[in-house]
Ligand binder design. Sequence first.
Ligand code: SF4
Length: 388
Amino acid sequence: MRFRVPGYYKQFTCIADRCIDNCCFGGWQIDIDKETIDFYDTVQGDFGDRLKKYVDKEAGCFKLNNGQCPFLLENNLCEIYKELGPEHMGLVCTQFPRFTEYYGNIKETGIGMACEEAARIILNDSTPFILEETDIDEEEIWGEYDSSLGQSLFILRDKIMSMLDDTSLSLSDKLCVILDKCDYLQNLINNNNYDEIRKFCSDIDLIEDIKASSLKQDTSTSIITSNDNSKPDNRVIKAINMKIWWAYLDLEPLNSQWQELSSNTYDYLYENSNEVCSPPYDNYLLEIYLTRLTKYYVYRYMLKASFDHNLTGKAQLIVSNLIILKDLFIFRKGKDSNQDDEKILMDIIHIFSRETEYSEDNISDLYDSFIFDDVFSCKSLTNAARGI
Ligand code: SF4
């Protein structure tokens, strides 16, 4: 099996007691795998009793104490690690914030933005996106993976990453192209036209496509034309963004931080403001950070379409998330313009990630909105992306 990780992956180590928003508090359910539960059952003495008291065997998780893991010590270190050693921590505890996906004979792992240290590493990664690859001794997992589609999407993803690394192009153009090409491919996927998918992904030159788009009229593969690739009126963008927000505000709030941040941002930018939002800071710097975030989303989500065949949904997720994140940033910066941009982003990104990336229900609600709500049509999101 081939094992792939992004170039920045090895920089990650948990900063534990130096972590401001430790993953062991915040009200998340902390799952424990069966093997670990069985071992905890055998531990004797006072510590064994504490394990029995605070492990919910039926639900397969820790019983939280005021939203906090009962084994988190005052110095923010882990009591289980201290008492039993790292080999007896559960899978979730040892793996977080890593995520993994299996594509047949390929295993891909990354670090997730719900961890502030991971967010810091990803935001600061100024190098072009690369994947480091090694051979590992693990069984291949094929499951629902559509390998024909997957092979084409791997090619397309490489091209998208190269486009995102091209600093001569604007992020807004890059996002429009992602929406456009994914939507075009979705039609081919729906019609099982695998030959055309393969040919399209192999032949397409995304960078050239953007450069040529200002010159060319409508084509069979492009919704971006010389007539509509300019930035729409700010009022149009604001109206679209506001409706995008409704879908995110409807998610089940997983913690109070998100509830407060999201409703304050919405009120500040839409409910109580007659102003058309525009970023009160150096756009160029934010564009760099948002581009790095885009690479994270593309790496983590795009290939999932080889399981559910919903490629447009992945493009919608990427663009909508960026719109929300940009608004969260504008709100925080507007409230205190002296705050460091990177610090604001690290903070809002991990709060946003915990709300949107770690709850199956919330993810599925978002995908439903993408399908049923017109504001998430590619045309509408393309207009919104022009405002990024
Ligand atoms: S959030 Fe990240 S850095 Fe903080 S304790 Fe968890 S894994 Fe470690």
